[in-house]
Design a protein around this ligand. Structure first.
Ligand SMILES: NC(=O)c1ccc[n+]([C@@H]2O[C@H](COP(=O)([O-])OP(=O)(O)OC[C@H]3O[C@@H](n4cnc5c(N)ncnc54)[C@H](O)[C@@H]3O)[C@@H](O)[C@H]2O)c1
Length: 340
């Protein structure tokens, strides 16, 4: 069997998780990796037995002979690096957010269409068993009208989170803090469950603990969708001790509660609901998302987060930051719908 050749770009935290789940996938082989930090690239190659190691991305693109480029670098580099890969007609699974701004993401969508390449964005909760069960129950009407959804992300980060990867502390490099980096996964899941476009938002952003970084460590916001569903977000990097994230969905017929991270659970109250399984399984949502992307590339099966679909959550994040700055209710710019 010809294995799908995966090239890892950026050998940091999440790339190591992808390395671990790739090991369990017999259809995938990591054949190359690159990091500008030579020792990280070498350690990664040793850990996951990667034959070709690079410190230069262009060189990897030109010589590594890849089926998939997996991009896990600081956010502000995504735009140029996805673009460069697309120019060489390579398919890219990019870590979220695909870019820091919707304007950049729109440009990538146009290039992807022109170059006939497949760009996926790793919002892997689309392949999380518990999230999937709740979204499908909602879409089938089993929860009734979805009145409101509450997402709580009480996570904790040490100082080293910012000192070891300083890009995370810079506004230009990261585009923001806990909202864009952590909460955007749950916001994506909530919008998916609500199955209605985001309309207006309010937001409050604070630095309660990490005072000398440019991005927020705490964000609270609301999103109202066009069908009137209210989504409340509370995202933190400072909850001590941290707890698992939850998504509470309150419908006219039933309530659904998602609780998870490594061992996600979906519970339904008021009704017995048969839990639908995602079309692609795996030990973890990351494994399933990677395999689903592989199937898109190799077998042309549906992948649930192509770049176009990821624009909705990016546009909502942009509006939430705008609202936090203006102190007013802001509209979500609808321009992203031109690309759907
Ligand atoms: N899907 C998820 O659950 C999840 C979880 C964590 C992070 N992420 C995303 O993954 C991405 C990376 O985050 P991280 O936490 O792994 O960051 P990190 O800082 O741990 O790793 C980034 C790596 O990129 C390398 N790098 C920087 N510039 C480079 C370049 N030009 N060429 C090659 N390598 C370069 C750095 O040396 C570093 O090793 C971000 O987009 C982040 O939001 C996703």
């Amino acid at each position: 069997m010809n294995k799908t050749r995966l090239g890892i770009v950026g050998c940091g935290d999440i790339a190591n998780d992808i390395g671990r789940v790739s090991r369990l996938n017999r259809k995938i082989k990591i054949t190359a990796c690159v990091d500008t930090n030579k020792s990280k690239a070498e350690q990664f190659s040793k850990r996951f037995r990667v034959p070709r190691v690079y410190t230069d991305y262009q060189e990897l693109l030109n010589t590594a002979e890849l089926d998939i480029v997996y991009l896990a670098v600081p956010h502000h580099l995504h735009f140029a690096m996805v673009k460069e890969a697309m120019e060489k007609k390579l398919d890219v699974l990019c870590e979220k957010p695909v870019t820091v701004t919707t304007k950049e993401a729109f440009e990538l969508c146009k290039i992807a269409e022109r170059q006939l390449v497949k760009i996926g964005v790793n919002y892997q909760y689309r392949y999380d068993k518990a999230c999937y069960a709740i979204a499908k129950a909602a879409h089938k009407g089993e929860l009734g009208i979805i009145y409101y959804i509450r997402c709580n992300i009480p996570w904790f980060r040490e100082n080293t989170y910012f000192t070891e990867s300083s890009w995370r502390a810079g506004k230009r490099q990261s585009g923001g803090g806990t909202l864009i980096t952590q909460a955007s996964h749950f916001l994506d899941a909530a919008l998916w469950v609500a199955d209605s476009a985001p309309a207006i938002v309010t937001g409050t952003s604070r630095n309660r603990k990490f005072k000398d970084i440019e991005v927020e460590d705490l964000f609270m916001g609301t999103v109202e969708t066009e069908n009137g569903c209210l989504i409340q977000l509370c995202s933190s990097m400072i909850a001590s001790p941290e707890r698992v994230p939850t998504i509470e969905v309150y419908g006219s017929k039933a309530t659904a509660i998602y609780e998870g991270h490594f061992f996600p659970k979906a519970r339904f109250f008021n009704r017995k609901i048969k839990k639908e399984k995602p079309p692609v399984g795996g030990i973890h949502a990351l494994a399933a998302s990677l395999e689903a992307y592989r199937r898109w590339i190799k077998e042309d099966l549906v992948y649930d987060m192509p770049i176009q679909k990821s624009l909705e959550v990016l546009a909502t994040v942009e509006a939430l930051y705008k609202a936090a700055e203006s102190g007013k209710t802001e509209k979500v710019d609808r321009k992203y719908r031109d690309y759907l």
